[in-house]
Design a protein around this ligand. Sequence first.
Ligand code: SF4
Ligand code: SF4
Length: 327
Amino acid sequence: MSREALKLAKPKVGFYWCASCGGCEEAVVDLAEDILKVVEAVDFVFWPVALDFKVKDVEALKDGEIAVTFINGGIRTAEQEHIAKLLRKKSGLIVAFGACAHIGGTPGLANFSDRNKIFDYVYLKSPSVDNPAGIVPKEKTVVGQGELRLPRFYNAVYPVDQVVDVDYYLPGCAPPPDLVMKAVEAILSGNLPPRGSILSPDKSLCDTCRRKVTKPEKAVIKEIKRVHQTLLDPERCFLDQGVICLGPATRDGCGERCINANMPCRGCFGPTSRVEDQGAKFLSALASIIDANDEDEIKKVTDSIVDPAGIFYYYSLAASMLGRKVE
Ligand code: SF4
Ligand code: SF4
């Protein structure tokens, strides 16, 4: 079947979530009455968060029988990898839905740590933990009734295309409803861009931002401030106010949701096709507007950035050249 399945009435569609917060599933609900058009046009065959299909139902389908599967979240566990591979086999198209599937997203920031450190903090050391027996999750546990199994928790989060081939990407945290609807319509009509495309404009957020008239062209920043440390002018470019905004390194298409709410961009749409590493691109943009000449002055400005790696790679660490911390 594969692409031919799209041409048939009621193509089969799957939804699956991996390492994500559930916000992408909410984005589907945010389609509001448009969801009725989707439900009318397609036949859902797998959607664990909403419908009671089982993995064996997917296994029973022919290869390529699902016209399109939308996967949100990065791959963190062996179970997610297994199901992503199964869905790849059974689907004509795989769409990486949302920032975490596309570039790892905020769960990918855990790549600054590894599995042991995460378990140690989450199950033993976090101030809210009450675990005197020091129990941490195990892949196998024997109880009176038999053996309990948990999927392996990997050392890192992987964007979906590092595990299976991805046909299209819908960026954003979460992808905005208009972009989702446009993608669904393109998929249903078969009017699709080249395979591998990211379904949003290939230009930077600054290109369409209404604040770009005040975006600094020369060195102006003497100090980096966080949003709660200053009264933000709702009309002026954040960078001109000394506040980090990842717009120069981020792809357009979100409708400037954060900017319109007087919050700087954190980069959830990922980079344009001309940028290999979103964090490095932003670092270069920032370096050109720091108003300091000698090393001490420069250090003073850069020291005022709290958690630089975390902020420059807020969404894209797992897909970046750094990828993950290696001890
Ligand atoms: S840096 Fe941010 S506020 Fe400034 S023009 Fe770009 S997107 Fe707009
Ligand atoms: S402004 Fe930036 S962080 Fe906010 S939705 Fe748009 S791309 Fe994402």
